[in-house]
Ligand binder design. Sequence first.
Ligand code: GDP
Ligand code: MG
Length: 163
Amino acid sequence: HEPLFAICGRPNVGKSTLFNKLTETRRSIVGDEPGITRDRIYGEVRWMGRAARIVDTGGMVPDDEALIPSEIHRQARVALDEADVIVMVVDGRTELASPDYDLAKFLLRGGKPVMLAVNKIDTQQMTAAAENYRRLGFKTIFPISSEHSLGIGDLLDAVFEAL
Ligand code: GDP
Ligand code: MG
């Protein structure tokens, strides 16, 4: 079957924006149960003649619960169980907080290829700021701007390389 990669991260870091950019879809509604995300969480990414499925695991957890440790672990477990490669996304404009460290630690212990995307790095001048996020412990970090389509190609190269 087609390989799968997962996007993880706390609310508001830009997971849905990245998902939509990678799948070239508009946000589309999957269900209207209260408290359940309305974002689409599965999609398909094509890159350099290859294809992979993608899942936004953040979309499985309601935003107001996504910082609860058990929910962080639930999100990470889904990623580790289902995915071949995992991309954790952080917001390059906000301070790291304990949920980021928890999620990173859990993912890094999972034995699967994981990489870090530092999102909202909208200008070249901001790339130095992304270095801060190395303290999460990832070997490979990618400064990206999902909104302005910066760094996305390098990230996809690495993801498909690892799949
Ligand atoms: P999610 O909760 O992780 O799915 O985050 P969203 O994709 O819903 O994005 C949260 C907010 O961050 C929205 O207002 C987006 O427009 C904004 N955002 C996402 N990506 C970028 C980016 O690359 N640069 C900037 N400046 N804002 C972004
Ligand atoms: Mg989202």
